[in-house]
Design a protein around this ligand. Structure first.
Ligand SMILES: [Zn+2]
Length: 182
């Protein structure tokens, strides 16, 4: 995913913005409105999701949307304003997979500075192996470690999270993993 496109117009008054160093000593160029002086800050977005597991299998969703149409992913998406990371992870799992889960501990926190995102995945126990995927998903199904389509995984953060999950599972204990995807 590329960065969001640059801001073109002031969110406050609609005037075309200019990218420049603000006058307040800030050291980064920002979208500054020449009419009303509003400074538009752009900061990383959180992507929140889950690793839903059932016995020794993990739930993956085949994407029905770009980017990475047709590839497999863990249920995840952009956090919405007004919700917590846990609420966002639950909502995305419901929307993309229609899966009934019990949310467990935070599992991975992965920075993706190239696209200005932070991806957070929670472990989640599936309460049923029946799924009801939404329109963003072609198919939702369970995979054992040996069945994971590693070459068809949509995002590096998902691949990293799956690898860590199966490693920790073999060791019999789960930890929180932080990492950077560059
Ligand atoms: Zn303005």
């Amino acid at each position: 995913m590329p960065f969001r496109s640059p801001i073109k117009h002031c969110r406050n008054c609609g005037t075309a913005v200019v990218y420049r160093l603000p006058d307040d000593g800030d050291t980064r160029e920002r979208a500054v409105c020449p009419a009303c002086d509003t400074i538009h800050y752009e900061n990383p977005l959180n992507v929140v999701g889950t690793v839903p597991y059932f016995g020794d299998k993990v739930l993956l969703c085949k994407r029905n949307i770009e980017p990475a149409w047709g590839k497999w992913t863990l249920p995840a998406g952009f956090m919405e304003l007004g919700e917590t990371v846990a609420e966002g992870a639950l909502r995305e799992t419901d929307e993309e997979a229609g899966a009934q889960i019990e949310l467990e501990d935070l599992f991975t926190v992965l920075s993706v500075p190239r696209v200005g995102q932070v991806h957070l995945f929670f472990r989640a126990k599936l309460l049923s192996d029946k799924f009801d995927p939404g329109h963003e998903t072609i198919e939702a199904r369970l995979f054992s470690e040996a069945e994971i389509p590693w070459e068809e995984i949509a995002f590096r953060t998902v691949k990293e999270t799956l690898q860590r999950f199966f490693e920790d599972r073999r060791q019999g204990r789960f930890e929180v993993h932080t990492g950077d995807i560059r």
